[in-house]
Design a protein around this ligand. Structure first.
Ligand code: NAI
Length: 211
């Protein structure tokens, strides 16, 4: 399978399939048809079949898909069968909320460290971590096999910190700062802007009012 041929739109839909299948698995459901999944997720059955065909169809035989198999296969595609060690840069409002959120660990994303450059925050406890000074970041990344850094710092600081992270071998950045990072092509960057989602919501309201 050549992953370059799979569209970003399909990849973007996989986490939602994964969540629904996880719920079905937890409920003890063993098999699900594309029609049932379609009704549950409000996506057409043909869309589901088309999406899954990108990955060889996941062996649908007779009545529907094997839930556990499908769940595990999607986990493999998303790289969720491996644990990821991450650090959070910035222990402000957002960084603290992320550090305190436990569900990331259920998905295999383990928060190993939290860093900030404000001495007033050093030593502050956030679940299993204490806030550490930025001077310790590079060594920590190398010693703890950290592959993901979460950037929850002001946008003016994000570029410099990203450069430092790249230099010490980070593989991926989950970027919450409102700035496009200039990093080498092999560094995976996922930008998250909650305000984009709010603007989509606002568009929905505006469209409703224009009717
Ligand atoms: P905050 O002001 O509460 O926290 C920022 C923290 O970053 C502070 O603790 C500060 O000491 C630390 N910091 C500043 N420069 C640093 C550096 N060079 N190295 C390490 N730590 C540094 O701000 P808040 O609300 O937590 O937001 C953080 C960032 O996330 C901002 O850029 C904000 O715009 C962004 N944000 C993005 C959202 C999104 O949806 N993308 C949602 C909320 C915030």
């Amino acid at each position: 399978m050549d992953e370059r041929e799979i569209s970003q739109a399909v990849i973007a839909r996989l986490p939602r399939y994964y969540r629904y299948l996880g719920d079905l698995k937890d409920e003890g459901v063993e098999r699900v048809s594309s029609q049932e999944l379609s009704e549950l997720m409000q996506v057409t059955a043909s869309q589901i079949r088309q999406d899954f065909n990108n990955f060889g169809g996941f062996g649908q035989q007779g009545y529907g898909y094997n839930v556990e198999y499908l769940y595990n296969e999607i986990a493999k595609i998303l790289g969720l069968n491996e644990k990821h060690n991450l650090i959070i840069i910035g222990a402000g409002n957002l960084g603290r909320a992320l550090a305190n959120y436990m569900n990331f660990e259920r998905r295999g994303f383990i928060v190993r460290g939290v860093f900030d450059n404000n001495p007033a925050l050093y030593g502050r406890e956030l679940r299993r971590n204490t806030v550490q000074p930025m001077e310790k970041m590079e060594q920590f990344v190398k010693e703890h096999n950290i592959d993901i850094a979460v950037l929850a710092i002001p946008k003016d600081e994000a570029g410099n910190v990203a450069e430092r992270l790249v230099a010490c071998g980070i593989k991926a950045i989950w970027n919450f700062a409102h700035v496009d990072l200039q990093v080498p092509g092999d560094i995976v960057v996922e930008n998250v802007h909650l305000s984009d989602s709010l603007m989509k919501l606002s568009y929905g309201i505006a469209k409703r009012q224009r009717r």
